[in-house]
Ligand binder design. Structure first.
Ligand code: ASP
Length: 496
């Protein structure tokens, strides 16, 4: 196993984790018990049926009253609790019974897998902030001043904007062709889920602007707030260049030394990726039921197809023609990061792996990688943008029984773009930001509850696309930068 290339090792970890999770789900995914002893005070008996699709707790109080609690992720009838955690606040007695007697073995093992896989993610989180700071400082000092930084910034932003818009158009095309929400039947009002107290689009964008000026840079490091860290590090590096002399030399040496150490740590952590991916994927497959996918099959297909087209056609074409690289070779080089993004559903968490894969496996310079990737993990989310567009139009189709008119679809596209910029690179962030788009086209935010059940798996897929787009951006910007450098070298040669 150790002699295999890393991407094969990770793939094997992923397949083995999937098989373990599916096996657990199939054979130990359902638990049905009747309990009469060791129950909370005032409860005579309890009957619990727990499966990945539905949890039912029926208990009889000593007064003779019967209480039924049902947790069904797809239920459109009850607006009770939609998650086991919600049950806790709704009915602490049912929660106690469920915890003590009702949790299926698949869920118990799955949660342990999540904790063990979480150790791998914690290692990545541990190196993320020092890696970004040292790498970005080294990179900016290498760009030689604000002109170089400005040029790279412009190119990066144009790439991000273009690919996010292309992703949204692909999503809109899919949802208009497949129309997953028509025929699904309008759910009654009162479906729980979603955060109806979400802030407005203006608030979100302004808070991004505020993040660019951290009132306390050390606080930003501790939080960690990537946008603030990036903004402060760029400003710090540019002023270091302006001062120049020994200050520049000292800062450069310190950053380079720190960067070398952080890169060595990250490379060591990468080797644990097959194990981390194994546990993370086992958690997902052990605890998610297949039945929820059947109910939302057309919606899942529309999102998955859109993501596939963007990741396997649009982005590779961009890599081929603008970065002049083989997309397949590039994808192979990026596979540790892509597979980790898929299993962790966090582009921030994957960032150290993305940075080291881009530099050590794909041969892209630290100058480009350290600039394009941290920014991309924060603001460039093609997968999330596409997903938001499809999900909101799906909800609109269900609610209105017909497609949204073109003018409203344009509003969805525009707000999906901004929402993807505002979304954090953490699991389920896209779901939170979707509230803004729903409000923009006057859809009830509660309807989001319908798609909650399949969000984890779609989150995994869109996160892998987010990271893939960042990596492709690196290749494109690197190639454009190299062409600019060789053009100016040629011009300098011609004038001499
Ligand atoms: N999980 C995604 C990411 O980390 C964000 C999202 O929820 O769409 O990139």
């Amino acid at each position: 196993m150790r002699n295999l290339a890393l991407h094969w090792q990770i793939l094997i970890g992923m397949v083995a984790g999937t098989l373990l999770g599916i096996g657990l789900n199939l054979f130990f995914g359902t638990r049905e018990v009747s309990v009469t002893q060791a129950l909370p005070a005032g409860i005579v008996s309890a009957h619990v049926i727990d499966s990945s699709a539905r949890t039912e707790i029926r208990y009889v109080k000593s007064s003779g009253d019967e209480v039924l609690r049902v947790l069904d992720p797809l239920s459109r009838q009850n607006d009770e609790a939609r998650s086991v955690e919600a049950l806790k606040s709704l009915d602490s007695v049912a929660y106690e019974i469920y915890q003590a007697h009702g949790v299926s073995l698949a869920k118990r093992v799955g949660l342990w897998c999540k904790r063990i896989g979480g150790l791998f993610l914690r290692m990545l989180q541990m190196v993320a902030v020092p890696l970004i700071v040292t790498s970005l400082t080294t990179g900016i000092l290498g760009l030689g001043g604000s002109e170089g930084v400005g040029r790279m910034f412009r190119r990066t932003l144009i790439y991000y904007l273009t690919t996010s818009l292309l992703a949204i158009c692909t999503g809109l095309l899919m949802v208009n062709l497949i129309r997953p929400g028509l025929g699904a039947g309008a759910p009654p009002a009162g479906v729980a889920g979603g955060d109806s107290h979400a802030s407005s689009l203006g608030d979100v964008l302004f808070s991004q602007l505020e993040a660019l000026i951290p009132s306390n840079p050390l606080g930003a490091l501790v939080a960690p707030d990537f946008l603030s860290i990036i903004a402060f590090t760029i400003a710090f590096s540019l002023f270091t260049i302006r001062i120049g002399g020994t200050v520049l030399e000292h800062v450069r040496t310190a950053a380079q030394v720190g960067f070398q150490v952080m890169m060595a740590m990250t490379t060591a952590i990468i080797h644990l990726a097959p194990i981390g991916v194994f546990f993370l994927i086992a958690y997902v497959t052990a605890t998610q039921g297949a039945s929820v996918f059947q109910a939302l099959a057309w919606y899942v297909i529309a999102v998955a197809l859109g993501l596939c087209i963007h990741a396997c056609i649009t982005l590779p074409l961009i890599v081929k023609f603008f970065a002049r690289r083989s997309p397949i070779e590039f994808a192979k080089a990026m596979s540790p990061a892509l597979l980790t993004a898929f299993s962790s559903a966090s582009s921030n968490g994957t960032l150290p792996l993305t940075m080291s894969s881009v530099e050590t496996r794909a041969g892209i310079s630290n100058r480009t990688g350290s600039f394009v990737l941290p920014l991309g993990a924060t603001i460039n989310m093609d997968g999330t943008a596409l997903y938001e567009a499809v999900a909101v139009l799906f909800i609109a189709q269900m609610h209105h029984g017909q497609n949204l008119p073109l003018s409203q679809q344009i509003i969805v596209a525009f707000t999906a773009l901004l929402a993807s910029v505002g979304a954090a690179g953490i699991p389920h962030a896209g779901l939170v930001m979707m509230v803004i788009i729903l409000q923009a086209v006057n859809l009830p935010v509660e309807l989001q509850g319908v798609i909650l059940a399949v969000d984890r798996v779609l989150d995994m897929a869109r996160t892998a696309v987010n990271v893939w787009s960042d990596a492709c951006g690196c290749a494109v910007v690197e190639s454009l930068e190299n062409r600019t450098t060789s053009d100016s070298a040629a011009m300098a040669g011609a004038t001499n």
